[in-house]
Design a protein around this ligand. Structure first.
Ligand code: WT7
Length: 647
């Protein structure tokens, strides 16, 4: 029996949603789901309120996902203009720079609105119109939110690419959606170092396929020297003289809002497409419900805007809710390991949301760096991105939260738009390591390999039986891939790619990906992408990549590499191969371990048996299972003997 943590009394007393209110919401969905969904939509300002909520079929012959389809609204107006009437001077964004000796910035809703309007006018002047794609390659700074919201005003579709991705990875994402415009900065700061963003853009745009880009807008931020191209325009020049008001046109609820690339088990990254109405309903509703949002909260989600968490829970959810959201450009360990808690104290952060990998890394440094800070302002803690081990959960609860703050462990995906399984903090008892229960309107199930639904306490593959408003609508430019990836393994159901256990209380315990996706520090890396980078090196004949347990990252990347005949493995070559992956994808995809493999275990039809490679990497050679079907069973024993010590 795992330990239960009821909501701490002081928190429960003031929580906006208690257990019986949550129960009523579940009942409302059961009895009148259409009424429930239409009611939820009222939290937004619609130019034309929707008269119908859900119109969905997951079936191949009539596949469609539409929410609030006859409604019209503008996301940027919902995040900005409507708050001007009630709270123009409230701080919308607090910016905490990488260097704590530089001043923090506080931007009111009025100021943010003005900046966004200027940028919307500037984008129009640069020829950007509704439906155009705009790529953002920016540091974690307020201008990232400004540009996202300016795109939303026009109906231009933004594609934010994480600043840690390499020029090649950026080029692929620009080419895939045929961006017209790229917005970047000269450089970004991370832990005292400058990341050369503009130089990366220059390199990316020298790659074939990126010719659609007409203009690069460059924000002067880090002050590093950059090369200048004919297509470049300074950010401060394009906004100079632009009016700080802008009439935003309402969008149809199903008009695209953004594309965000994410890795899958095969092929190149998919452009996950989210639309306007349903996405904003779900992002704002879950942000309000799960964080028990109050008017005076100072909310801080540490995710970068390059990931979906940064979209839904740094920008769109909080701003739609009129909250104060903190953006931090730096890293948890700079200038020292107390930085997170120093920022909490400096700005009076009340709601704090981060990833298990950060918690584990900080826990390793002991309690002292935490205990020397106050953290009295905190009232709720959250985690996202990967399963949290119970030890890290308990440490977060006891040391960071002084046993006073509930923890929400929020399970969701880029594809789901926002959280689906999570405790509602004043209503649901937590169990360390469990994302607990589905939110009202979310219908998870566990299925076996054949797709049969399993009842009661069991293990299985996690599917969702029905849609929710924040669901992705398609893979940009490849609708068939959307259906094939998510709705064909178990026809008529959305397959998450995750495995899970459900206990006797109905609580879900996500056990991790069951497909060929590795979750490294909460970031998804496709094994196929890493393999293709490795075989791109002239010395490599073949490569196979799997995930293996990693103390801090959750999972690390374990690569098996077969060299071309006549080439001898050595340390210099190992370094070159790691560099090749960093070059093609980015530092987050660097293999943690690289084992030379004279041969790989394959079936007679030539398919690599990753199950076996995973067990070897996990140091569990006694659990290889049946190897008799291999074309050459003898390759396994040498891989086992030569396996790397991961410690
Ligand atoms: C995958 C989605 C959710 C936004 C950040 C990651 C894993 C996510 C949890 C959690 C256990 C989790 C799943 C999921 N995951 N949250 N609370 N507990 N696992 O988004 O890059 O799309 O990754 O992250 O495996 O499928 P993403």
């Amino acid at each position: 029996m795992s330990k239960r943590y009821p909501p701490p009394a002081r928190f429960a007393d003031q929580a906006s949603t208690n257990a019986s209110q949550l129960q009523s919401a579940h009942e409302r969905v059961a009895n009148d789901s259409e009424g429930h969904w239409l009611e939820l939509a009222k939290r937004l300002d619609w130019a034309h309120p929707p008269t119908r909520a859900k119109d969905v079929s997951f079936h191949r012959d009539d596949f469609h996902i539409r929410w609030y389809e006859d409604g019209a609204l503008n996301v940027s107006v919902n995040c900005l203009d409507r708050h001007l009437a009630t709270q123009p001077d409230k701080t919308a964004i607090i910016f905490e720079p990488d260097d704590p000796n530089r001043p923090a910035r506080r931007i009111s809703y009025r100021e943010l609105h003005a900046e966004v309007c200027q940028m919307a006018n500037a984008l129009t002047a640069l020829g950007v119109v509704k439906g155009d794609r705009v790529t953002l390659y920016l540091p974690m700074i307020p201008e990232a939110a400004v540009v996202m919201l300016a795109c939303a005003r026009l109906g231009a579709i933004h594609s934010v690419v994480f600043g840690g991705f390499s020029p090649d990875a950026l080029a692929g994402r620009i080419a895939d959606c045929e961006s017209k415009l790229v917005i970047t900065a000269d450089g970004g700061f991370r832990g005292g170092k400058v990341i050369p963003l503009k130089a990366n853009v220059d390199e990316a745009l020298s790659r074939p396929g990126t010719e659609t880009v007409q203009t690069v807008v460059v924000l002067k931020h880090a002050g590093n020297t950059i090369a200048w191209q004919d297509r470049d325009r300074w950010y401060h020049d394009v906004v100079a003289g632009q009016p700080d008001t802008h009439m935003a046109a309402p969008m149809q609820a199903e008009d695209p809002l953004f594309i965000l690339y994410t890795s899958g088990s095969t092929g190149k990254p998919k452009g996950v497409l989210h639309t306007t109405g349903g996405y904003l309903v779900w992002a704002s509703y879950t942000h309000d419900l799960l964080f028990d949002l109050k008017p005076n909260d100072v909310y801080w989600c540490t995710a970068d805007v390059g990931w979906v968490t940064g979209h839904s829970y740094v920008v769109y959810g909080p701003l739609a809710n009129g909250a104060t959201t903190l953006m931090f450009e730096g890293v948890p360990s700079y200038p020292d390991i107390s930085r997170f808690w120093q920022v909490v104290d400096r700005h009076g952060v009340t709601l704090f949301y981060t990833a298990p990998t950060a918690i584990r890394a900080l826990m390793r440094e002991g309690d002292a760096p935490v205990l020397k800070t106050s953290r009295q302002s905190l009232r709720l803690l959250g985690t996202v991105g990967e399963p949290i081990n119970p030890e890290a959960w308990e440490w977060y609860y006891r040391v960071v939260g002084d046993s006073r703050c509930p923890i929400i462990d929020t399970w969701w995906q880029t594809e789901t738009g926002a959280a689906l399984i999570s405790p509602v903090p004043g209503a649901v008892d937590a169990k360390p390591g469990s994302a607990t229960l589905p939110l009202p309107g979310v219908f998870p199930a566990l299925v076996d390999a054949q797709g049969a639904i399993l009842d009661g306490a069991t293990d299985g593959n996690l599917v969702l039986l029905d849609s929710w408003p924040g669901q992705m609508r398609t893979v940009y430019g490849d609708p068939q891939r959307f259906i094939d990836t998510y709705f064909s393994t178990y026809p008529g159901r959305y397959f998450t790619g995750d495995g899970a256990r459900r206990d006797a209380d109905g609580y879900y315990w996500i056990t991790g990906r069951v497909d060929d996706v590795i979750n490294v520090s909460g970031h998804r890396i496709g094994t196929a992408e890493v393999e293709s980078a490795l075989v791109g090196h002239p010395a490599v004949a073949e490569a196979a990549v799997v995930g293996a347990p990693h103390d801090i990252k959750g999972q690390g990347i374990y690569a098996y590499v077969t060299l071309k005949s006549g080439i001898e493995p050595n340390e210099a070559l190992r370094k070159q191969l790691v560099a090749q992956v960093r070059h093609d994808i980015g530092p987050i995809a660097s293999p943690d371990w690289l084992q030379w493999a004279p041969g790989l275990p394959k079936t007679r039809s030539g398919k690599i048996m990753r199950r076996i490679l995973r067990k070897i990497a996990e140091d569990a050679p006694d659990q290889l299972g049946d190897t008799s079907t291999l074309a050459d069973p003898t390759v396994v024993s040498s891989l086992v003997t030569e396996r790397l010590n991961r410690a």
